[in-house]
Design a binder for this molecule. Sequence first.
Ligand code: DC
Length: 220
Amino acid sequence: MIITIDGPAGAGKGTISAFVAQKYKLAYFDTGMVYRAVGLQMVLDGVDLSDTERATEIAKALTFPQMMTLAKHKDFRSDVGSHAASCVSVIPSVRKALLKMQQDFALQPVFADGTPANGVVYDGRDTGTVICPNADLKFYITAPVEIRAQRRCNDLIAAGIDTDYEKVLEQMKARDARDMGRASAPLTKPDGAVEIDTSLYPTEKNLQDVAKIIDKKFGF
Ligand code: DC
């Protein structure tokens, strides 16, 4: 069973993916991690983020265990890491180098502790279009950019980080432009995907709606 969950930054994909993975006992691949790993390695190596050749070399050499080690770094999910990931993700040769690793996960999906799973939920920008075009079920999760920026601000404030809404909104718009405007695998709603605007209803209702769609699709 393969379920893909795509959408822009801050739309709520992570919350929905974690819920789906837990409820249906599926392995979870947060595909943004591969770009975060490459971007952070560039930052740690002091390489300019526009150095396509180095980014491609790092992407080609990236292994799953190395990605999990980088994920423990303080900047893996910080603004520094998010910016670096967004920059390297527009490089077509980086995307190409990281494709097999992401696709192979579905052949033998495993939980975080290494035990085998019966399926996988992919979360990202191109999981229903490029990584698993033959997925059993596809979702496209979205919300207006102003709402997504406000959510990001709330997260930063909750983490005790000084924040400015207008600045976060500009950063969010810039990330959207890179995600949706890049030449290789731009973010788009996959054919046949179920679209959910998470700003319309409370999170609990959105999760229950997703569960109803999955139950109907698989006859649970
Ligand atoms: O979902 P995220 O914020 O962790 O993703 C980090 C970056 O990686 C983001 O700028 C978009 C990019 N990305 C991508 O290009 N394709 C994916 N399948 C997942 C993420």
